[in-house]
Design a protein around this ligand. Structure first.
Ligand code: FES
Ligand SMILES: [Fe+2]
Length: 348
């Protein structure tokens, strides 16, 4: 699925950047191939506009903020938070401003991030109850650009068959290639998947898991939120909960911004934020290395038989089915890559 070719994907919320980043002035981002600029309005709320001035097309993100408006850095034309052109400094005071605007997009602030939906959202930002639970702390773990498809990252975390291989140097056991099975329950937003997995627990993981045993178990109650958010809720026998929330924000086809938040029900004294970041950094680097080697066009129409499957791929297959259903519900077909179109033409 080429994300920039499927308009329905514009109807979801995506985490874009930390709200604090906007204290430094307007910031550019590309969402689903659409260049946008984010800035803070007069109330300190985030605003998002197309990153294009209607005068000579300069990027508004090159400009600066003034009283909650954004000023184009080329000739100083000024836009309000809704994208309306409100000032042309070259005009005499009495001359009216023409009715012109930059397109504006919906924004919300949630979990310390600015979220943007390019078109009318089909559902709200996924709920993370732990974010307002005083028993949990929130750690901003990662904000990195990866060269892979969002669906690849989504299915990766529900794929118990990769631990033994991709994570053989951290928690995976290469001698245990048979994956545990998931219990999957479909929901309106995606699905929930529960499993109990045995993992290696090397000394460096003792504070993460809360035990020094050489092996431990993870009770995983995970959720997939269509299209590109996931929640990995890992509970260790020690009672420690390690809850990872990701948004694989689609920048373009084969390019994502990986946003990762972590919620833990222990304290900084038990296991520091830096130790938690270092532990998950090693794991996510293993995933990144292999995922960046995959074809960025993760096909959702399994009828095209481009990828082979095995039983433990069921979560990823369900994602493909639900995403294809989503496209069909909105009168879209999966748009194939150009070479597919060309080979089809050649066959006819
Ligand atoms: S290009 Fe923006 S003011 Fe001229
Ligand atoms: Fe992984």
């Amino acid at each position: 699925m080429l994300v920039t070719k499927q308009p329905v994907l514009r109807r979801f919320w995506y985490a874009i950047m930390r709200i604090e980043q906007l204290d430094n002035g307007p910031q550019p981002f590309t969402l689903l191939g659409e260049p946008i600029v984010l800035f803070l309005d007069a109330k300190g709320e985030p605003a998002a506009l197309e990153d294009r001035c209607c005068h000579r097309t300069a990027k508004l993100s090159k400009g600066w903020c003034r009283n909650g408006n954004i000023v184009c850095g080329y000739h100083g034309w000024e836009y309000d938070r809704d994208g309306k052109l409100v000032m042309i400094p070259q005009f005499p005071f009495e001359q009216p401003i023409p009715d012109a605007r930059a397109r504006a997009f919906r924004t919300k602030t949630r979990y310390g991030y600015v979220w943007v939906a390019l078109d009318e959202p089909l559902r709200d930002i996924p709920d993370i109850p732990e974010d307002s639970d005083p028993a949990y702390r929130r750690i901003f773990q990662f904000y990195d650009t990866w060269n892979t498809a969002a669906l690849r990252l989504m299915e990766n975390s529900f794929d118990n068959a990769h631990f033994a291989f991709v994570h053989k140097n951290t928690f995976g056991d290469i001698d245990q290639p048979r994956p545990e099975k998931y219990e999957i329950v479909e929901t309106d937003y995606g699905f929930e998947a529960e499993t109990l997995v045995t993992v290696k627990n090397p000394p460096m993981a003792a504070k993460i898991s809360g035990t020094t045993e050489p092996y431990t178990k993870r009770h995983m109650r995970n959720k997939w939120f269509m299209p590109f958010c996931r929640r990995l809720d890992m509970e260790y026998p020690s009672g420690i909960r390690h809850i990872i929330f990701n948004c694989a924000t689609p920048i373009a086809d084969g390019k994502i911004q990986v946003v990762q938040l972590l919620f833990r029900n222990d304290t900084e004294a038990d296991c520091s934020a830096q130790e938690l970041i270092d532990w998950d950094a090693a794991i996510i680097a293993e995933d990144r290395d292999i995922l960046e080697s995959t074809d960025p066009d993760a096909i959702v129409d399994m009828g095209r038989k481009i990828e082979k499957h095995m039983p433990s791929d069921r979560p990823g297959m369900l994602m493909r089915k639900r995403l294809l259903d989503l496209l069909h519900e909105h009168d879209e077909e999966e748009v194939p890559k150009m070479q597919d179109t060309m080979s089809l033409t050649a066959q006819n």
